[in-house]
Design a protein. Structure first.
Lengths: 67, 167
């Protein structure tokens, strides 16, 4: 079950090697994203696309906000 | 959107998935680093003076005034132990009786903006309202610094000329 985390947790996890994933559309990612994040838009989140990520490392996903 | 992405990744076999639900809006509002074509947009955070003096509710005006003037400022931000902004102390209140506690004369609940507010929107608003300086706080109310309108105007003009140079 995915765990909801806060800003400080993100920093700690990323410093420890977690992968940070922006799930917004590519144009929004290109305009601005959290430093170090990769883009994997939700609408394109297929098994093939997810293969870009390392299954052995934690993954932190985010979009714009709670909505 | 991110909860669905988190669940989807889990369904694809990822064992350790976290959801930063507050997302990019929260991250930027705290002035944390970003990348991308719009990341260089000049924002309040970039021109906020971090050296604005601070004082506590129970400090006495005489002590505060001496400290403020020694640092070349003419105002002080009233914060609690967590750095949360409670008030602002400016003239003429700052020149009151030296023994008066700050709490009695400060301006309560001063207007603030977030660190990620674009100067392109902030500057015209400050001009329209005749505001010369505004405080910058994180969404949880902690002081980041103070933005002077003239500094924000200069930063905006410099950014504009840089854009033209690169255009």
């Amino acid at each position: 079950m995915p765990i909801e985390i806060q800003r400080d947790d993100v920093r700690r996890l990323v410093a420890g090697g977690a992968q940070l994933v922006d799930v917004l559309p590519a144009e929004e990612y290109e305009a601005e994203h959290i430093a170090g994040a990769v883009n994997l838009p939700l609408k394109e989140l297929t098994r093939e696309a997810a293969a870009r990520l390392d299954r052995n490392r934690p993954v932190v996903v985010y979009c714009w906000d709670l909505q | 959107m991110s909860p669905r992405a988190a669940w989807r990744l889990e369904s694809l076999g990822f064992a350790e998935v976290y959801d930063y639900a507050a997302g990019e809006a929260d991250w930027l509002a705290f002035g944390l680093p970003s990348e991308g074509s719009e990341a260089a947009t000049p924002r309040a955070d970039a021109v906020a003076r971090r050296d604005v003096p601070t004082c506590a509710l129970d400090d006495r005006l005489g002590d505060v005034k001496a400290r403020v003037e020694a640092t070349g400022w003419d105002e002080c931000v009233v914060v609690n132990q967590a750095g949360v902004v409670l008030g602002r102390l400016r003239r003429p209140a700052l020149d009151g009786d030296a023994g008066t506690p700050v709490d009695e004369v400060m301006e309560s609940g001063p207007t603030t903006v977030r660190p990620d507010e674009a100067l392109a929107s902030l500057v015209p608003r400050l001009r329209d309202k005749g505001v010369g300086r505004i405080l910058v706080t994180t969404p949880d109310g902690r002081l980041v610094g103070l933005v002077a309108r003239d500094a924000a105007e200069r930063a905006l003009a410099e950014h504009g000329s840089t854009e033209e140079d690169h255009g």
